[in-house]
Design a protein around this ligand. Structure first.
Ligand SMILES: NC(=O)c1ccc[n+]([C@@H]2O[C@H](COP(=O)([O-])OP(=O)(O)OC[C@H]3O[C@@H](n4cnc5c(N)ncnc54)[C@H](O)[C@@H]3O)[C@@H](O)[C@H]2O)c1
Ligand SMILES: O=C(O)CC[C@@H](O)C(=O)O
Length: 387
């Protein structure tokens, strides 16, 4: 039996994917696995029992990835599962920025009881007029799951689309409409675009990337869309850019008190992934990742350990070892197993940065005693008896 806990509401359709081998618990200290969305986990302590955290979503900046890796806790996310939900909201944000739809709707509410509203609005409407998206230059920073969809939809609207991504994958490059221009530097994109949208993870390298130096290179009156994370934008510099007119509109899914004091802000309350479809997709993918890991020891879509797929175990036993990526570890593991007279039928070892993960399929039943001996090796972070 495996225990799991949910730190945020997780769509039931996902939880239903967990078999009757799983029971929900309230206390994270009793859990083998955690399902989470945006709950802040940086200040949490994790028990030795905890093996896996699945983020039902893309961004993992709410989870202490290195601390988890050091404790042998594998963290997963659900790549692409909510990308369409975000794409549709970005499209909405572009339209809200191009035309004063919100102002117009507000005016209608205020004048709702005016018998002559039909006449009055024909006079009033000029104050809400805007521009069209067609023909405008649109820049996408980060051509991942969301960025690619946003770039393609903008192209279909007749925009002239540019993208930049220093780590563009072949899969994503192939998913881009052919007439989208991929540029090599942010500067190239900043100089030409009327609309700039950001879809990169929040990591030390991207912190505050939209700052006064970046704004200085952009066209006057540029529209900035941020459906990625608040701290990608330097708030003080954004305030100055909005006040001077350098940035005409800041459309963000991440309001805070400082942002809400700024002029020309269009804000939504982190709604990008809040659609029934995205929530279901993320929950189902997260539940599959947890089941595969808890039941077979396989790692799919991890963000702090290597992916590792040894399939279903067809031998008598399976043991997994999360360990530091340092020399001689495999020698030590095989020594423990051979000292026990155990033959290894199949072994997979994968590494990612400072961490490695090993799956041993053996010709004997795994015992807690063997697991304890492996656990005692310096550099081992977590050993699990799968079978
Ligand atoms: N508003 C929301 O509700 C919502 C929903 C989903 C995701 N997000 C945010 O959007 C981000 C992107 O999501 P995704 O699903 O597209 O992720 P993704 O991993 O598919 O794409 C991220 C892309 O950013 C690129 N990248 C990384 N560092 C970069 C850099 N320094 N400069 C340019 N590109 C860089 C990567 O190569 C990758 O292609 C997430 O990390 C998350 O913070 C927000
Ligand atoms: O869970 C959510 O609602 C938001 C998720 C989103 O920010 C993400 O990074 O996937």
């Amino acid at each position: 039996m495996f225990n799991y806990t949910c730190l945020n509401p997780i769509a039931q359709v996902g939880l239903d994917e967990l078999s009757d081998q799983y029971q929900k618990v309230e206390d994270i200290n009793d859990a083998d696995a955690v399902l989470v969305r945006s709950a802040a986990m940086h200040d949490m302590e994790f028990s030795d029992k905890l093996c896996a955290i699945a983020r039902a979503g893309a961004g993992v900046n709410n989870i202490p990835l290195d601390k988890c890796a050091d404790q042998g806790i594998v963290v997963f996310n659900t790549p692409g599962a909510n990308a369409n939900g975000v794409k549709e909201l970005v499209l909405c944000g572009m339209l809200l920025a191009a035309r004063d739809i919100a102002g117009g709707m507000e005016w209608v509410k205020e004048n709702a009881s005016d018998e002559n509203i039909g006449k009055a609005m024909e006079k009033a409407k000029k104050q809400f007029a805007g521009t069209e998206l067609k023909g405008k230059k649109f820049g996408v920073i980060g051509l991942g799951a969301i960025g690619v969809l946003v770039a393609n939809v903008a192209r279909h609207l007749g925009m002239d689309v540019y993208g930049v991504d220093p780590f563009l994958s072949v899969k994503n490059a192939l998913s881009l409409s052919r007439d989208i221009t991929v540029v090599k530097s942010y500067d190239e994109l900043y100089e030409i675009c009327d609309y700039i949208t950001v879809h990169v993870p929040y990591i030390p390298d991207t912190k505050g990337m939209l700052n006064k130096e970046a704004f200085a290179k952009m066209k006057d009156g540029v529209v900035i869309l941020n459906y990625a994370r608040d701290l990608l934008v330097n708030d003080e510099d954004m305030k100055a850019a909005l006040e001077s007119g350098k940035v005409a509109r800041y459309v963000t899914d991440f309001p805070n008190p400082a942002v809400m004091q700024m002029p020309h802000v269009i804000a939504t309350p982190h709604l990008g992934a809040s659609t029934a479809e995205s929530e279901d997709n993320c929950a189902v993918m997260a539940a599959h990742e947890i089941s595969e890991f808890m039941e077979n020891g396989n790692i799919i879509n991890s963000v702090n350990y290597p992916n590792c797929d040894a399939g279903v175990c067809n031998t008598k036993g399976r043991i997994t070892v999360a360990h530091r990526n340092i020399p001689k570890m495999l020698n030590r593991f095989t020594e423990v197993l051979s000292d026990e007279g155990i033959n290894i039928d199949h072994m997979t070892n994968k590494s990612r940065g400072d961490y490695s993960y090993c799956v041993f399929d053996i010709d004997a039943d795994s015992t807690q005693e063997i697991a304890d001996k492996l656990n005692a090796i310096d550099g081992v972070l977590k050993v699990r008896v799968i079978k």
